[in-house]
Design a protein around this ligand. Structure first.
Ligand code: CDT
Length: 320
């Protein structure tokens, strides 16, 4: 085991910029104005990085099904920065603050992804992450109170989970449903991640099993705190919360330490900024001791993780 070996502090002041709802009638320009105001609040508090939610430019459009997907092209960005988001990029560069931003991406060859861009303090695009785990359903389910047709509107990315050198550390990204899967964190943990950025839109009513509704906040914290601790990384989860087009969504944005502790958490379901000083050297307390992956992991007995998708059993019920 390597042992703690903590170096000089590498503190990144991180802001989580939660948004309240964006209604269907709200245009992109108003969303960008709200994002820019939040960015200025974060910069005023000395933040070097501000994290925005998933699909932060429009209402959560997968809650409606349409027969012709091209009729929803206006919800997608063809470039990033796009003309509408350029003012946000300009303000960030002017204030020397980096950001991550969730948006719907329509590529030049017609692919649709649920994406999140990471931008450095000098305005340089570091990376674009495309969501891997796409929840919900792919066809219209008219008996639902509302649709969650992400599997119709987005294809799952095969690019996996990158980790990038930025903000003086190792930065990873995930989007909403990705945060519920342990594989997401471990893929980044195996690349030495120190700070994971995650935007989310999580309805408070899970229609396939309403018994889960009262646990929405608990499950949100549970998965992100566990992922942080088990990989010795900071995790920043940022909601678009509140009642959007009659659908109530979880807020509870939070910044989590490698210890698994919540350092800051929002108290409203509206536009709100929280900040925390994240000393990336803290990760070493976990990555070089209890979770020294190189010393303690046993990949040779984890082969099912990549060779198998669902749970398999023999006809008699015994494990394979
Ligand atoms: N946006 C997103 O991924 N939301 C999902 C909702 C799942 S219910 C179909 C989430 O995991 O929070």
């Amino acid at each position: 085991m390597k042992g703690v070996l903590r170096g000089a502090p590498r503190v990144v002041r991180v802001a989580a910029a939660q948004m309240g709802p964006i209604q269907r009638s709200d245009d992109r320009e108003s969303a960008v104005r709200r994002l820019t105001a939040l960015l200025h609040q974060a910069a005023d508090q000395g933040a070097q990085l501000v994290v925005f939610p998933e699909l932060a430019l429009t209402t959560f459009f997968p809650r409606w099904f349409v027969d012709d997907i091209s009729s929803t092209d206006h919800y997608y960005e063809r470039t990033m920065p796009s003309p509408a988001t350029q003012p946000l990029f300009d303000a960030a560069k002017q204030r020397s603050i980096g950001f991550s931003l969730g948006f719907a991406e329509l590529t030049s060859d017609g692919h649709r992804f649920n994406s999140q861009v990471l931008v450095e303090r000098d305005g340089r695009v570091v990376a674009t992450y495309r969501k891997v785990h796409i929840p919900g359903h792919a066809s219209n389910e008219p008996n639902r109170a509302f649709q969650h047709a992400e599997r119709y509107y987005f294809e799952p990315s095969d690019e996996g989970f990158g980790v990038w050198n930025a903000f003086g550390g190792r930065i990873g990204m995930m989007i909403c449903n990705d945060r519920r899967w342990p594989e997401t964190y471990r893929e980044m943990g195996l690349q030495g991640v120190e700070l994971i950025l995650c935007g989310y839109n999580t309805p408070l009513n899970y229609l396939p099993d309403p018994s889960q509704d009262r646990h929405a906040g608990f499950h949100n914290s549970l998965v992100m705190q566990a992922g942080a601790y088990q990989n010795g990384t900071f995790v920043v989860g940022v909601a678009k919360g509140g009642i959007e087009e009659s659908v109530d969504s979880l807020a509870e944005s939070q910044i989590i330490a490698p210890s698994g502790e919540i350092l800051a958490k929002t108290v409203s379901a509206g536009d709100e900024v929280i900040v925390a000083d994240c000393d990336l050297e803290w990760c070493k307390n976990y990555q070089n001791t209890l979770f020294d992956l190189d010393y303690y992991r046993r990949p040779e007995v984890y082969r099912r993780h990549t060779s198998q998708r669902g749970a398999h059993t023999r006809a008699d019920g015994s494990p394979l």
